[in-house]
Design a binder for this molecule. Structure first.
Ligand code: NI
Length: 217
């Protein structure tokens, strides 16, 4: 069995039954998107596949905000599976830097493989799947779906972003609608257009239905 299959086998049960939108199917979609982007953009396919599989292995949203834990968990797992140290370090770098950290923060990702995996993860956060995942995650966190009196905030730091209690509709303005402009690769930007448009149409219809008024109908 090759290393990618070994990792798949090792981690698949860890994601089963997740209801926060970070389930095994998310990992598989990110893997397929990353493989497609790599086929157009180049880079090391094995590194892309491993980082895609491990990118949520210990997400900050689920481990108390520790930004460096995911990379370490990924690194240790790869070493346990007898991966080369250099490869494990490259995966660790990507896992540590893949997350979105707020509207007014610059994300740095220096490697092509990292840019590809970040793009794949962001594509799965927008579009119809993105809408579904966002409401699933909001419910998981106990957030209201929408509160017309609460305005979205463009966060200046990761701490601010991670600690904000928002509602799910605000999350579109704080993150999801900003993602298509932040995609790294041309291939991902092409895939992002339609997904972005789907969210805009969804929000327009959402407000129309929310504001339905018997007198003006
Ligand atoms: Ni993810």
């Amino acid at each position: 069995m090759n290393l990618v299959d070994k990792v798949k086998q090792k981690i698949s049960n860890q994601f089963e039954g997740d209801s926060s939108g970070h389930d095994w199917h998310h990992i598989m979609r990110v893997l397929e998107l990353a493989r497609f982007i790599q086929s157009k953009e180049g880079g090391d396919l094995q590194l892309v596949e491993l980082a895609a599989l491990l990118h949520d292995i210990s997400d900050h949203k689920f481990n108390g905000g520790q930004l460096d834990k995911g990379g370490k968990v990924a690194y240790d797992l790869l070493i346990e599976l007898e991966a080369q140290q250099e490869l494990a370090e490259k995966v660790k770098y990507i896992v540590d830097n893949v997350s979105y950290k707020g509207a007014n923060t610059a994300a740095e990702m220096t490697t092509l493989e990292g840019k590809i995996v970040q793009d794949a993860d962001r594509l799965d956060a927008i579009g119809a799947i993105g809408i579904a995942r966002t409401f699933a995650y909001g419910g998981h966190k106990g957030q209201p779906m929408y509160d017309p009196s609460s305005q979205p905030t463009l966060h200046d730091s990761f701490e601010e972003y991670a600690n904000s209690g928002t509602n799910t509709i605000n999350h579109f303005y704080e993150k999801l609608l900003l993602l298509s402009d932040r995609l790294n690769t041309k291939t991902a930007r092409e895939l992002g257009h339609e997904r972005h448009a789907v969210m805009e149409r969804f929000l327009e219809q959402f407000y129309n239905e929310w504001n339905f008024n018997a007198d003006n109908a």
